[in-house]
Design a binder for this molecule. Structure first.
Ligand code: SF4
Length: 284
């Protein structure tokens, strides 16, 4: 349909200016054959997995068995796993944990490690080269900073302790994701917690490791049994359109969410660590 049939001339010139800008930036093109681009059905759920992603935490007192957790996650179709180590571990243990993934269906593995003498850049490069499932490795509490990209893999050394709860839940344009899968998910579900299950360093099964509510201990509760718990799955459904202030924000379908830290503590209020005001369009 021609633009002139649906909008007045003033708006038309504004919209054309935006469209030409998008074309110049290679975000799109004009076509005389729009029938070749049928509408996308955003109501379709393209994610057959029962669990989509998982975070498993460890510290020096953790006793949970990674292999048994991975087996449970595999049965639920989980394809993305993040392992986070609060305390330094030996290279031997690290390689043993990595070997568990060799026969698992997990496609993407992210690891957050505490710096120690063996986590050198050279060593980590070699580990990334021989473990293609490893998508991102972050070494925290490192004496120096480094960011390195190796094809699809990323290696980061940071001087910060990024596992500190104060580093969780930050919202910034840096974390925005503009792709169809994210957009589709944002229309119907929570972009952080949908189909996510976490095991904190104490072995508690949670929606997010920093949240208080636990739905059982991994030593005596099967992850799949938590899926029968309505409270566990309630947070999966809270989309940006349900959240005060966010529902008026132009970034609501590309912005990741955080339900652990909210401005009023209410699960339907805006993330606490977002400084954007959609009513003034300013980041404070
Ligand atoms: S107001 Fe909400 S949707 Fe907008 S940037 Fe902040 S957290 Fe994201």
């Amino acid at each position: 349909m021609s633009l002139s049939k649906i909008i007045d001339n003033k708006k038309k010139s504004d919209i054309l200016e935006i469209l030409h800008y998008l074309k110049e930036q290679d975000f799109g093109f004009f076509t005389s054959e729009p029938e070749n681009f049928p509408n996308i059905d955003f109501s379709l759920n393209d994610f057959p997995e029962i669990i989509k992603n998982s975070i498993i935490d460890f510290d020096k007192n953790s006793e949970h068995d990674l292999r048994s957790i991975l087996n449970q996650l595999s049965e639920l179709g989980c394809l993305t796993v993040e392992l986070r180590f609060f305390d330094a571990i030996t290279q031997e243990i690290f390689l043993k944990y990595l070997s568990y993934f060799k026969t698992s269906p997990v496609r993407t593995l992210n690891i957050v490690l505490k710096y120690s003498s063996w986590t050198t850049c050279k060593n980590m490069d070699q580990i990334l080269l021989t473990n293609k499932r490893l998508s991102k490795v972050i070494v925290h509490n490192s004496p120096k900073k480094l960011l390195q990209k190796l094809n699809h893999q990323i290696l980061i050394f940071t001087t910060e302790n990024i596992l500190d709860a104060s580093c969780c839940g930050n919202i910034s344009p840096y974390y925005f994701q503009s792709n169809i899968d994210f957009y589709k998910e944002a229309l119907t579900s929570n972009t952080c917690l949908d189909k996510k299950v976490c095991v904190d360093s104490g072995g508690n099964i949670k929606n997010c490791p920093v949240m208080k509510s636990s739905y059982g201990h991994i030593s005596n509760t099967k992850i799949k049994n938590c899926l029968d718990n309505e409270h566990f799955k309630k947070l999966w459904q809270i989309k940006k359109d349900d959240i005060e202030i966010c529902k008026d924000c132009e970034f609501r379908y590309i912005c990741p969410d955080c339900r652990a830290f909210t401005i009023s503590g209410d699960i339907y209020s805006k993330p606490k660590k977002c400084s954007y005001d959609p009513y003034t369009n300013l980041w404070n």
